[in-house]
Write a protein that binds this ligand. Structure first.
Ligand code: ADP
Ligand code: MG
Length: 616
């Protein structure tokens, strides 16, 4: 029998390897961003076209490459980051396998322009399907520009696996966020076609979090900081009040690299257990700084899973330090007006010294033994929830009728003892007034009830549209004069993707030529409003939600409609409007939280009012 084994040509081997490194445009974005960081850049710009299919461009001001290095960088296993086997155990850079560029160049047309800061001339290389087409000296800015064109041009099967532009762009944004989060000293920007998606200036980690995830976080995250010989933990966790029903902002990093770690996630979730309702997820942005020797270096470049030696101890340290931060927060005085007033942390009388919970680690603790039952307090746990003072207990008695759930730091406010009974509040007899164009307030027995009007309206609308969508044939009111609206190609794609759901809301649409949509009918409730604006708003919210939270199509549509139509801040409400809103709210089973997970009501009790005036 003749010999039949051949060595695969490099180009083929690279293409196969590429399948592992580059699954979608977002993977190439991640590799290129990490390279720019490893090159010491402090300004990195990302531009994509057609969700990264047509173009991914990364411009950095890092150290650049010599002509030889530029050429070498595309070879497989070519890296400047490790030289010998021992280096493998001390990796601090983002990449080290020397595979990314070889892989990307195997499945795209790549243009590289690069110049070291101390050289006058730079290098340009054009490479396509692993084949170098051109290498020339050119004038270019110091640093490096990678342009990846027509990704997967020679691997149509992979190209066909890609999802809609919306989804691919969301993946890119997510990779961008992960990299940008841990490098707040680097300025980043991200443009989709000509639309600016993120522009991040340099600053602290907290500023970066706020820039990426919204100003609302500014007063709603708490610093976590814990140094031990084994690991240093640092970052921020969300206050219990911003926990959400979706796993939105949960970020772990190891030595600044994003990782997923269900076991450690459990540690954080567990630390919040008595502070947030079941089914809610806390936000966190936490980095573990650890000696690279203690982690498995043999992780696959695209895998975000990682294993540590001594995971149990890290679990303990993490859980204890998150608990401590939450415990301190619950004891801090509540005269911070930026914070929403709530019950989870009533101020202590002045003569009582807050006892700070301390960290104690039990090396034998196994969190999963009790996992199925994680809302009950742990008997073996070292952290004891704050005890209520006499005064608080007395006060609680008086309030029992109006709300329950005050105990054990549970911030949820119940206005019914159970869902079948009538609400305790009688809206007809309440004297409602508006505060700051944001809150509906009413004096209730012994305190001040505050309702966030926008959150309340969101809840009411969400419930209403979810009823509409559950119907066989949703009501649709035909328009006498159908409007015609032009959309961008991307938005039109989204409308097509959501065609069925939009019709289930009660819209009737017809696609015309030239990217135009004719609105033939709309849900009866909103038929008098400009349906073009409502449709555009729906898309806008939908896209934002896609980036901020992971929701299925239907929940996202419902949430988007609710956000889209809810009253704005500063909208003056007439007394009968406030009445109608609160009445509708009290009918909802989920009257306490808006669909985006925000708290709807709070009560300031007489003690909290007293504390505003200081001792007398
Ligand atoms: P790795 O990052 O694992 O070393 P890559 O294939 O991503 O492998 O990159 C190969 C090499 O090319 C890097 O080690 C680095 O020396 C060089 N390189 C890549 N991108 C840049 C860049 N933006 N600026 C400077 N050098 C770069
Ligand atoms: Mg790399």
């Amino acid at each position: 029998m003749s010999d039949i084994i051949n060595l695969l040509p490099d180009a083929v081997a690279n293409q196969i390897a590429a399948g592992e490194v580059v699954q979608r445009p977002a993977s190439a974005v991640k590799e290129l961003l990490e390279n720019a960081i490893d090159a010491g850049a402090d300004n990195i710009k990302l531009i994509i076209k057609d969700a990264g299919r047509a173009l991914i461009q990364i411009i950095d001001n890092g150290r650049g490459m010599s002509p030889t290095d530029a050429r070498m960088s595309f070879e497989r296993h070519a890296t400047s980051k490790i030289k010998k086997a021992e280096d493998l155990f001390d990796i601090r850079s983002m990449g080290f396998r020397g595979e990314a560029l070889a892989s990307i160049a195997a499945i795209a047309q790549v243009e590289l322009k690069t110049r070291p800061h101390d050289q006058n001339m730079g290098t340009q290389i054009l490479i396509e399907g692993s084949e170098v087409k051109e290498q020339t000296d050119i004038a270019t800015q110091a640093g490096t520009i990678f342009s990846i064109k027509n990704l997967f041009f020679n691997t149509p099967a992979r190209r066909n696996f890609l999802k809609s532009n919306m989804v691919e762009t969301r993946h890119i944004q997510e990779e961008f966020n992960r990299v940008a989060l841990m490098h707040p000293h680097i300025a980043f920007s991200f443009y989709d076609e000509d639309r600016r998606k993120s522009v991040l200036s340099t600053g602290s980690l907290k500023q970066r979090i706020v820039e990426l995830f919204g100003k609302k976080l500014n007063t709603r995250i708490l610093a976590v900081e814990e140094r031990t010989d084994l690991v240093s933990i640092s970052g921020f966790i969300g206050k219990p009040e911003i926990a959400r029903k979706t796993r939105g902002e949960q970020y772990f990093f190891v030595n600044k690299r994003f990782i997923k770690h269900p076991y450690l996630n459990h540690a954080v979730q567990n630390a919040y257990e008595e502070l947030i309702p079941q089914g809610y997820f806390p936000s966190y942005f936490i980095n573990f700084d650890i000696d690279p020797k203690m982690i498995d270096v043999n992780i696959h470049p695209t895998k975000t899973e990682i294993s540590f030696q001594d995971e149990r101890t890290i679990y303990q340290i993490l859980r204890a330090s998150v608990k401590m931060v939450l415990g301190k927060f619950a004891f801090s005085p509540q005269l911070d007006f930026e914070r929403e007033m709530s019950f989870d942390a009533a101020p202590l009388p002045a003569n009582i010294e807050p006892k700070q919970p301390s960290i104690h680690i039990n090396p034998d603790y196994n969190p999963f033994e009790e996992e199925s039952n994680n809302t009950t307090p742990k008997t073996g746990s070292q952290w004891v929830p704050p005890q209520k003072t006499e005064r608080e207990l007395h006060n609680q008695d008086q309030w029992q009728q109006l709300y329950e759930g005050l105990d054990e730091g549970n911030a949820q406010l119940n206005i019914r003892s159970n869902l079948d009974t009538e609400p305790v509040l009688d809206v007809q007899n309440m004297n409602l007034f508006q505060i700051g164009g944001q809150y509906i307030a009413s004096s209730v027995d012994g305190g001040l009830l505050l309702i966030d009007q926008r959150a309340a309206h969101e809840r009411v609308l969400y419930d209403r549209f979810s009823e509409i969508m559950a119907q066989e044939n949703p009501a649709c009111q035909r328009k006498l004069f159908p409007e015609v609206v032009a959309f961008s190609p991307a938005d039109l794609d989204l409308i097509r993707e959501l065609w069925v759901e939009i019709h289930k809301l009660g819209f009737e649409l017809k696609e015309l030529n030239n990217n135009e949509i004719q609105i033939l009918g709309a849900p009866p409730d909103i038929v008098n409003e400009a349906s073009n604006r409502i449709l555009e708003g729906l898309l806008e919210h939908y896209k934002n939600n896609q980036i901020e939270v992971r929701l299925d199509k239907k929940s996202n549509i419902l949430l988007s409609m609710a956000k889209n139509l809810s009253v704005r801040v500063n909208q003056v409400l007439k007394p009968e409007e406030m009445n109608a809103l609160i009445e509708a709210l009290l009918e909802s089973e989920e009257y306490a939280y808006s669909p985006s997970g925000q708290k709807i009501m709070a009560i300031i009790d007489i003690n909290q009012l007293n504390s505003l005036f200081g001792p007398r």
